[in-house]
Write a protein that binds this ligand. Structure first.
Ligand SMILES: *[C@@H]1O[C@H](CO)[C@@H](O)[C@H](O)[C@H]1NC(C)=O
Ligand SMILES: *[C@@H]1O[C@H](CO)[C@@H](O)[C@H](O)[C@H]1NC(C)=O
Ligand SMILES: *[C@@H]1O[C@H](CO)[C@@H](O)[C@H](O)[C@H]1NC(C)=O
Length: 318
């Protein structure tokens, strides 16, 4: 063939070919239609609620802002299709059969502010699952009966997060490392999980106690175990765990107490000594004053009194 002999022309053809193939491959994703069985309105809201869909829909309006695919049986969120929706602000995937979410799932959704993954079958949330979602304000992951693990770094990059709802899952513990760095987190819901209030959860319990205002329904977050604290609120057992889980620091506590005791003792001793010295000085001072006065009185007799009288009498004359 002719073009194979000219490398420059050949790469141009190759580029055309690649663009053509990409165009064909992505056309069902970018056409400005409306997905099958869904309703699209002109405000760029796509609703596909309760349509017994088993696959993520395709053929979206280009600039879809809101997508609701709740009450279906969708098992997977395909990263490629989802990330074409780069203007997405609101995504409700609740009540499906999603069992896995990864970092690439939401790779390009930089405007996403609301995400609902409730009523699915997620088992764990990995490190940085929501990493790229820098605008995420509300995240709901409730009622995932198998969800028992949330990685300490799961939310670490979601610095806009204000509300996190992880109620009614299968969580026994939660490492607060990634939560305490979220600067604007205002509300967190934890109730309905089988929390184990042992030393692994000491930080969580203490945090709930200290930051009580962040926990709307703090009184509903109960310990399911161990037996000694079962049925009590997470917030109630924080201080108790703090004391129980740090018995190995007893040595330092004793040292501290000894140091404090010694300080109090020596302060008492010093102040008693200072007081004694002051009293002694005062006594001596008053004594010497008395003897001086006595001497004066003995030397001048009643003259001083008369002089004083004159001084006082002279005042009104001025
Ligand atoms: C989940 O969706 C199904 C239909 O697929 C519906 O019957 C059920 O009530 C929904 N559950 C919740 C909690 O919304
Ligand atoms: C919840 O987690 C426990 C282990 O912590 C496990 O034994 C149980 O099967 C889990 N429940 C569900 C519904 O997966
Ligand atoms: C929580 O996670 C951090 C970071 O991964 C780790 O250093 C820390 O030991 C964990 N805390 C608990 C109680 O597991």
């Amino acid at each position: 063939m002719r073009w194979s002999r000219h490398p420059g022309e050949r790469s141009l053809w190759l580029a055309f070919l690649i663009i053509f193939v990409m165009g064909v491959a992505s056309s069902p994703l970018v056409t400005a239609g409306c997905p099958d069985r869904c309703e699209c309105d002109d405000k760029l809201v796509v609703q596909c609620v309760g349509k017994q869909m088993t696959f993520f829909p395709s053929d979206f309006p280009l600039a879809t802002r809101q997508l609701v695919i709740s009450n279906n049986r969708i098992a997977e969120l395909p990263a490629l299709q989802l990330n074409f929706l780069s203007d997405l602000v609101f995504l409700d995937c609740s009540n499906n059969t999603l069992s896995e979410i990864s970092e690439s799932t939401f790779g390009n959704l930089r405007k996403l502010a609301y995400l609902d993954l409730s009523y699915n079958t997620l088992a764990k949330i990995n490190d940085r699952t929501f990493g790229p979602l820098g605008s995420l304000v509300m995240l709901r992951i409730t009622d995932n009966p198998e969800l028992s693990q949330i990685h300490p770094g799961a939310f670490v990059e979601n610095t806009a997060l204000q509300l996190l709802d992880i109620s009614r899952n299968n969580l026994t513990s939660l490492n607060i490392t990634s939560l305490i760095v979220l600067p604007v987190l205002r509300t967190i819901a934890l109730s309905g999980n089988p929390w184990q209030c042992d030393c692994d959860n000491e930080d969580l319990c203490l945090w709930i106690q200290i930051e009580a205002f962040k926990f709307q329904e703090g009184s509903e977050s109960m310990c399911q175990g161990p037996p000694g604290v079962a049925g009590r609120q997470l917030a109630e057992v924080g201080m108790k765990l703090r004391m129980e889980c740090h018995q190995s620091l007893g040595y330092w506590d004793y040292l501290f107490l000894t140091a404090v005791g010694f300080l109090i003792f020596s302060a008492g001793t010093v102040s008693a000594w200072v007081m004694g010295v002051l009293m002694l000085l005062y006594e001596r001072y008053t004594k010497s004053k008395d003897t001086m006065q006595e001497g004066e009185e003995e030397g001048e007799g009643g003259g001083g009194g008369i002089a004083n009288g004159n001084g006082h009498l002279s005042k009104p004359d001025v």
